[in-house]
Write a protein that binds this ligand. Structure first.
Ligand code: NDP
Length: 361
């Protein structure tokens, strides 16, 4: 059950992240034209917010003012508090969505629209985009801070940090820093441009991402899998191979969409000009499969689970749910693109045959 301390932690944390979003400087970037032709502006200051969060956290920890053990003790209450907040917040964005002046897509079925959202970009003021804020700041930063809190809790309990815990924290920190480094790439993603903001995405980033993505660190507080030292660099290598596929493919699409003449793998890009006006890239990773970016993500997901050894299933939960999630996501994106692009999409699929894994799937 929620406790006063967990509620204070959650709402203090949310308020702190809101303050960083509003007060810290950030570049203002214009997103893609959305389904109604509108191009939204976004204030991006994720990296500096993360640095301030981690630096302040480090100082408070060194001063003995915060402890990982407290987060560990409050993990259950924090989870239930976050779940309740996600339900209430989704109700707010469902109602708030009806104040939108844009041409929003809704089913008219209350439960469905509550789940999927009643508007595309609910905003407070001109620049505070709720969807981007919760996806980026809350989802990613809460996750890595929870993982670090678990590392601190392990240190406080055992007097040392295990190599497995260090590996998980370093690999996940890399992912989060990278995400903020390329934060504007988020603006060309499906979530931002096509998915209404409702319970699915709200709870996804308030609850699902922070608490599930940090499961390996939560597990390692209590377990010592004793992975052989030589295996640690192999796991890191597998992670960074996945990272390369993930990052390079996402960037290829992003650069192509912002500058269609930018070279890919040393050559001018090949593409399919659609009747809808946009171009579909058919070279680089986008010529190998239609969602190679998902493959890279899945390799990294597996790499984060491997340091937990093979004795228990829960630390593998991330990979176990993520694989079907991305397989389903690719199919949903495929359906949306087939509707959007019609015959052009069929031509594109005939050219780029594989869905996620080149040569296999
Ligand atoms: P994408 O970034 O792949 O975006 C899909 C959209 O890109 C399509 O709807 C289409 O929109 C456009 N597109 C498709 N093919 C092409 C092409 N050949 N050339 C140019 N544009 C194309 O999908 P996501 O938003 O799902 O994923 C972004 C990243 O986020 C991925 O790396 C994914 O793995 C990651 N992710 C991570 C999750 C996690 O929980 N860790 C969850 C979900 C995603 P249009 O043409 O209309 O612009």
């Amino acid at each position: 059950l929620p406790t006063p301390r967990s509620a204070a932690l959650l709402f203090g944390w949310l308020a702190f992240q809101v303050a960083l979003q509003v007060l810290l400087p950030g570049k203002v970037v214009t997103g893609l034209a959305q389904r109604d032709g509108v191009r939204m502006q976004y204030k991006l200051n994720g990296l500096i917010s993360l640095v301030v969060t981690l630096a302040l956290g480090g100082c408070l920890y060194a001063a003995g003012l915060i402890r990982g053990q407290v987060v560990l003790e409050e993990l259950g209450p924090l989870l239930s508090c976050s779940i309740l907040f996600a339900f209430a917040f989704s109700l707010f964005i469902y109602v708030y969505g009806f104040t939108s002046q844009r041409d929003e897509e809704r089913s008219g079925i209350l439960v469905y629209d509550y789940f999927m959202g009643s508007s595309l970009n609910p905003r407070i003021g001109k620049l505070f985009d709720l969807k981007l804020f919760f996806e980026s700041k809350i989802g990613m930063t809460t996750w890595i801070v929870l993982a670090f809190a678990m590392a601190c809790a392990q240190y406080e309990r055992t007097g040392s940090l295990s190599k497995e815990m260090m590996l998980v924290c370093v690999l996940q920190l890399w992912y989060v820093v990278d995400f903020y480094w390329f934060e504007d790439a988020m603006l060309t993603t499906w979530d931002i441009n096509y998915e209404n903001y409702g319970f699915m995405l709200a709870q996804g980033f308030i609850v699902w991402m922070p608490f599930n993505f940090s499961l390996q660190a939560q597990y390692l507080v209590y377990h010592q899998p004793n992975i052989p030292l030589a295996v640690i660099p192999l796991i890191a290598l597998f992670n960074f191979a996945g990272y390369y596929v993930f990052r390079a493919s996402n960037l290829q699409k992003h650069h192509f969409r912002t500058d269609p003449n930018a070279q890919i793998w040393g050559k001018p890009p090949t593409f399919l000009q659609t009747k809808r006006g946009t171009k579909l890239l058919t070279s680089g990773f986008w010529g190998l499969a239609r969602h190679t970016n998902y493959l890279g993500d899945l390799m990294m997901a597996l790499a984060w689970c491997l340091p937990s050894g093979f004795s228990h299933i829960p630390p593998y939960f991330y990979f176990i749910y993520f694989a079907p999630l991305l397989i389903d996501r690719e199919r949903r994106d495929h359906k949306v693109c087939a509707q959007k692009y019609g015959q052009d999409w069929e031509t594109y699929c005939a050219k780029v045959k594989y869905r996620i894994v080149p040569g296999i799937y």
